[in-house]
Design a protein around this ligand. Structure first.
Ligand code: SF4
Ligand code: SF4
Length: 475
């Protein structure tokens, strides 16, 4: 963070020397976040479950016969929104990835770690799936604490067994969903409808992957967000006083003090924070947002709901914790579109423009025809001259496409060696071909030729290649 306002600078910042989930002996402090609830939680549920539905349905939904999303790294084939991309499209992935990074940076500069709390798969699975299973079986935070402190009696063994069985079952289900993104839903169906004995290695790999997934949500939990995730570590350089984050209004809230009915808090020098710690109890990363913006905060908004509930209960205005920048709170100034945000936006707009142009001008078929290295020309019996070439044609569409090569502005001929040019959907064919020219068309040692790739009457690609041969001398 940049320069701090006096109200913050004077505060005890020793809490930054340690993290809330590790005690002074270096041991893990297990968190028991209170069950969240409120306006933002309801919105998060709608948003998060929509994302989950999209994730689960992604491999099964079809656009033009192709999946919504498939990342087939084994066959090096990627389907995004029904369009097939190949390794030849690597430049699109690189530009897309850079655009995504700039977008994330801009988004973070402007709105902090909002992505983490609302859209990150780690948080969505943890808070909307695993934690809810835990609340349903073990109860709210106090019951969970009591259960874990109590003896290993029948109730505890039963609850833990059911919980961990469900945790693993969900992990296994999610593992299979991710596998469908890799190998496609049809191949996944083939695999799961036969006995595991038919594919032991794959089955054991899936159990291993599910075990890692299970371990992350059953045991690692918030440690992923607070200590492992590199994006979380970036907050320190991306956030500044202008960034909108989940913030405690320390100007209004301090000096914090317990609530007393009928008391005029302002008159006795008390702020609006009633020091109930409801915001701390719901925090899934175990921090006290009243200390100020912290790297551990995933912007989940649970503390806003908790504080609003307390404020409403004691008849004070809501919004003591809210989306706001430090500048808005400390200096009472409105949100500003800063120079840094403008710079990131300009780069982002330029990159999106380049990416869109490349995607929109991307051809359905991509062909390369290269003269076979180390070969010269051959003279045919009829006096014509031929060169041999290696060709490669990729069909990026999801339909079969018989193709042919034609020379532009030439009396020459293209003869494909051997096989037919039936280009199946999302397939690649390669082979050799001859270009044969009448001698009068060879006017220099290396003649530049334009070749069209035709599918029926439609030209699907155009390329240039060179032809070598003896220069024709007019009689
Ligand atoms: S401080 Fe608030 S917004 Fe941040 S992680 Fe904790 S509960 Fe979520
Ligand atoms: S929930 Fe609100 S009132 Fe209660 S401690 Fe947190 S900031 Fe203060």
């Amino acid at each position: 963070m940049n320069q701090k306002p006096p109200a913050i600078a004077a505060r005890d910042e020793r809490f930054r020397d340690s993290i809330s989930t590790v005690d002074k002996h270096g041991k893990r402090v297990w968190l028991y976040p209170k069950r969240p609830g409120g306006k933002f939680w309801n919105k998060r549920k709608v948003f998060g479950y929509t994302l989950l539905a999209l994730l689960l349905l992604g491999p099964w939904l079809r656009i033009g016969g192709e999946p919504l999303l498939q990342l087939d790294v084994i066959d090096r084939r990627f389907v995004i929104l029904g369009r097939t991309f190949w390794p030849q499209d690597i430049h699109l992935f690189v530009i897309g990835f850079i655009t995504f990074i700039i977008f994330v940076a801009l988004f973070t500069v402007a709105f902090g770690r909002l992505f983490c709390g609302w859209a990150c798969p780690q948080t969505v699975f943890m808070e909307l799936v695993y934690r809810r299973i835990e609340y349903a079986i073990e109860g709210d935070w106090k019951q969970q604490q009591a259960l874990n402190k109590g003896p290993w009696n029948g109730e505890r063994i039963l609850k833990k067994t059911v919980k961990h069985f469900l945790f693993f079952a969900v992990a296994f289900f999610i593992g299979n969903t991710f596998l469908a993104y890799l190998i496609g839903s049809d191949r996944l169906l083939d695999l799961i409808t036969v006995s595991p004995r038919a594919h032991w290695a794959g089955f054991v790999a899936m159990l291993g992957f599910s075990g890692i997934f299970y371990g992350v949500f059953a045991f690692m939990r918030e440690q992923v967000c607070t200590t492992i995730c590199p994006y979380g570590r970036l907050q320190g350089v991306l956030l500044d006083r202008h960034s909108t984050v989940i913030a405690y209004d320390h100007v209004r809230g301090e000096t914090r003090a317990h609530f007393r009915k009928g008391e005029d808090r302002r008159a006795v020098g008390k702020g609006d924070c009633i020091d109930c710690k409801a915001c701390v109890h719901v925090c899934p990363t175990g921090i006290d947002i009243r200390n100020g913006t912290q790297l551990e905060c995933v912007n989940c908004t649970a503390c806003i709901d908790a504080c609003d509930h307390m404020m409403t209960s004691v008849g004070l205005p809501t919004g003591l914790i809210r989306f706001a920048s430090e500048r808005e709170i400390a200096d009472a100034k409105p949100w500003r579109f800063t120079t840094r945000m403008k710079g990131y936006s300009a780069v982002l707009i330029a990159l999106v423009g380049v990416l869109l142009t490349l995607i929109l001008t991307r051809t359905d078929v991509e062909a390369t025809v290269l003269r076979t290295p180390g070969t010269l020309f051959q003279k045919q019996q009829d006096g014509r001259v031929s060169n041999i070439y290696a060709y490669k044609v990729v069909n990026k569409t999801s339909r079969d496409m018989p193709i042919r090569f034609e020379l532009e502005n030439s009396q020459g001929e293209v003869q494909v060696v051997g096989k037919s040019l039936d280009l199946h959907k999302a397939a690649l064919i390669e082979g050799e071909l001859f270009i044969i020219l009448p001698p009068q068309e060879i006017k220099s040692y290396s003649t530049l030729l334009t070749m069209k790739v035709m599918a029926g009457d439609k030209q699907v690609d155009e390329l240039q290649t060179s032809f070598v041969g003896p220069i024709h001398k007019a009689q």
